[in-house]
Write a protein that binds this ligand. Structure first.
Ligand SMILES: *Cc1c(COP(=O)(O)O)cnc(C)c1O
Ligand code: SF4
Length: 347
């Protein structure tokens, strides 16, 4: 019907699509052995085995990350990163805290191994629990986030140490916190006079790219210089959604770097690794580190022989652009830090 006056319109928003809503993805994480078994169509025996692992090492994966896997293939690189494996509880190797982080934690949640920078664990919660995680020991406690009291204690410690010029927000995944809480932490840390640079380590661009909203980027850009470190481990993780998430960060003026973990049967093949590195270069995410998998209890079956890793790196170095090349390192216990693993022919 035509009227002379413009009719008022309702303020009703179009229905948000749950798939694109990070909170929906987070709430609908597959967590229990039954949920995983159902999604993967596993039999009773496999479901029981999964249940046993989950009792020791919890499990969660977003519907988004699950959708990237070939569910029928037990060797699928996405599946192996997020679906529990009985070797996590049967394999003998590894220790809970190979980097001796606990011994270098002067206040709860703060790890200070190197003089000029420190790391704050803001939560032990993640969108996806990577089976190869080197902080699996934190999963024995229920999911929790930093309390205001803990933040005050951390900030107090940093304030008294002018040598600390860089603070890394880590976890767990810091981006499981709400925008508001995250901003509160960033603001508190940036307010410290000698803190020059902030860093966030998060796997969200890979496992829940919807979390990188325009709103979040709008907040993060106010805390620059801020560096964003993520963890792509396989070329199939570089999806349209993941590329767009990194693009939003880059457009907000936040450099995005990648730290992969060298994982047996997942990315320890030269061609796969090269595909990953080329893919990262294409989306302007600079490969920073390739970590030798630590001897972590519950993740020992992912470890690759160091010499095989070095041979792969040598081939990469000879055939790819410098922009693609990460530094292959082993993180050593305590204050020794990340040690480059370079074959002699590199020198
Ligand atoms: C890895 C790590 C850092 C950062 O080291 P970079 O080599 O600067 O990336 C800082 N603190 C702790 C405790 C770490 O484990
Ligand atoms: S996102 Fe990081 S902290 Fe969380 S499980 Fe994966 S590797 Fe561990």
């Amino acid at each position: 019907m035509q009227t002379k006056k413009r009719l008022p319109t309702s303020r009703r928003q179009p229905e948000p699509k749950p798939w694109d809503d990070w909170r929906w993805q987070f709430r609908n994480r597959r967590r229990t052995a039954d949920e995983i078994a159902e999604t993967l169509d596993l039999g009773r025996k496999e479901r029981l085995a999964l249940g046993e692992v989950v009792k020791t090492y919890r499990s969660a994966a977003t519907p988004y990350y699950f959708s990237l896997m070939d569910a029928g293939d037990p060797l699928d690189p996405i599946r192996r990163q997020c679906v529990p494996d009985t070797r996590e509880i049967t394999s003998e190797g590894g220790v809970e805290d190979p980097l001796e982080e606990r011994a270098h934690s002067p206040v709860p949640g703060l790890v200070h191994r190197f003089r000029d920078r420190c790391l704050v664990v803001v939560t032990n919660r993640c969108a996806v629990y990577c089976r190869h995680c080197n902080r699996k020991r934190l999963w024995h406690e229920r999911e929790k986030t930093l309390t205001p009291h803990e933040l005050t204690a951390m900030a107090g410690y940093i304030e008294k140490r002018p040598a600390i010029r860089e603070v890394i927000l880590s976890g767990g995944d810091p981006l499981t916190l709400s925008d508001g809480r995250l901003e509160g932490i960033l603001a508190r840390l940036q307010a410290i006079e000698h803190v020059e640079v902030l860093r966030i380590g998060s796997r969200m661009p890979v496992v829940l790219p919807m979390r990188i909203t325009e709103r979040l980027c709008g907040i993060l850009r106010r805390y620059r210089p801020l560096w964003f470190l993520t963890q792509f481990n396989h070329p199939r993780e570089i999806t349209t959604e993941a590329a767009a998430a990194c693009g939003r960060l880059l457009e907000a003026g936040i450099p995005v770097l990648n730290q992969s973990v060298l994982l047996k049967g997942i990315n320890d093949d030269f061609r796969i690794m090269r595909q990953l590195l080329y893919g990262l270069e294409r989306i302007c995410v600079k490969p920073y580190y390739l970590f030798q998998c630590e001897p972590v209890k519950g993740a020992d079956h992912f470890r690759v022989d160091i010499w095989d890793g070095m041979r792969m790196m040598e081939k990469l170095w000879k055939t790819t652009s410098g922009l693609c090349l990460p530094r292959y390192v082993a993180d050593m216990p305590g204050t020794q830090g990340k040690v480059p693993l370079q074959p002699v022919s590199f020198l």
